[in-house]
Write a protein that binds this ligand. Structure first.
Ligand code: AMP
Ligand code: MG
Length: 335
């Protein structure tokens, strides 16, 4: 069994890289810093004053760490407590976690359940995010599927409580939490007064402002079948770009690729798509939609992207064909 884990899914097309706090004598050269966080390689690029940039980068890294902690369903958190109480009563959670679950449920509603934050029992079974992935038995999948279903999740706005209606039901925010973390990072960069900034978390990127006056940020999107190659370059200001792909966490068995994006109807990895790249002003939305569109497939997925305001993107289907959203062409140069 081979496991493919590609960290640098999107390569920022800028002079690369140094590990922590590059000293730049020329203030027109952006400040850069990088760390391993959220299970991936996180790189921050900030323009403007260097001292401010150093402090801002530090705050961003701390915030990403915090968000990772409160949204993880493996570490001790509101979420693990909520999951432990599944099938019992309503459990109070922080406002942040409540809002994120609420947003996740909204995406579940809007995508006909293709996006489902209650896939936790299934994703735990496949072990994609912790340890070595395994191919579960059909019986295990059937059992886990009984706990999946966002309609059994009840939210109470007043008491900020969440109730998981079935025993074993497990909330997994893995398909949306990184987007939320990036939005928080974007707020910090914006609030710092830096003229421009970019935070790249393993290929999921938020950009603030421009790279330089009149010059957008350029972001390369990885080719799903070539870890070293790009499939597209996006030119963006003030928005997020997020990709979900079958090459991020996968293994192969008897010629079949098994990856981490699961179809909540079958319990198995969704078929028919290699990758989905979404651009949106909200990284949370881009993250949720990238996963949802992947599960929905090229045709229905493209309809969903086109129906949403301020959202563009493209889908690479199982044959390598590109499906571009109506307004996507000016944003992406395909390679
Ligand atoms: P992403 O890489 O953003 O597409 O998110 C994939 C991760 O989200 C997986 O590792 C699971 O933890 C979780 N996940 C898998 N399938 C789904 C799904 N259909 N809906 C919501 N979350 C999912
Ligand atoms: Mg996602």
């Amino acid at each position: 069994m081979t496991v493919g884990r590609t960290w640098a899914l999107i390569i920022v097309l800028a002079p690369l890289l140094c590990s922590w706090g590059c000293k730049t004598s020329d203030s027109s050269v952006p400040f850069r810093a990088a760390r391993i966080l959220m299970g991936t390689y996180v790189e921050i690029t900030l323009t403007g004053d260097e001292d401010r940039a150093r402090k801002t980068a530090h705050r961003v890294f701390e915030e990403l760490k915090r968000v990772e902690r409160v949204t993880s369903f493996h570490e001790r958190s509101d979420l693990t407590e909520l999951n432990r109480q599944a099938g019992n009563g309503a459990v109070p959670v922080s406002e942040e976690v409540f809002d994120l679950i609420e947003e996740a449920v909204r995406y579940a509603e809007q995508t006909g359940g293709a996006f489902d934050p209650t896939v936790g029992a299934l994703s735990s079974l496949w072990h994609f995010s912790a340890g070595e992935p395994v191919l579960p038995t059909a019986q295990q999948i059937e059992q886990a599927l009984e706990t999946v279903g966002w309609r059994s999740l009840e939210l109470n706005e007043e008491s900020h409580t969440v109730k998981l209606g079935k025993q074993g039901m497990t909330v997994d925010l893995g398909a949306i939490a990184k987007g939320h973390a990036l939005d928080r990072a974007g707020e910090i960069v914006r609030g710092s007064g830096a003229p421009g900034g970019l935070v790249n978390a393993g290929g999921d990127v938020i950009v603030v402002g421009e790279k330089a006056p009149g010059i957008p940020w350029k972001i390369g999107v990885q080719d799903p079948r070539d870890p070293q190659g790009l499939i597209a370059v996006a030119e963006l200001t003030d928005c997020a770009v997020v990709t979900s792909g079958d090459y991020e966490r996968f293994f192969e068995r008897d010629g079949t690729r098994y990856h981490h994006i699961l179809d909540p109807r079958t319990g198995y990895p969704a078929r028919g798509v290699r990758s989905v790249t979404i651009v949106s002003p909200s990284a949370t939305e881009a993250d949720a939609l990238a996963t949802a569109v992947f599960v929905m497939g090229a045709e229905k997925g493209l309809e969903l992207i086109n129906a949403r305001e301020s959202v563009e993107g493209f889908i690479i289907d199982a044959d390598g064909k590109v499906h571009m959203s109506t307004g996507g062409a000016p944003l992406f140069t395909m390679k």
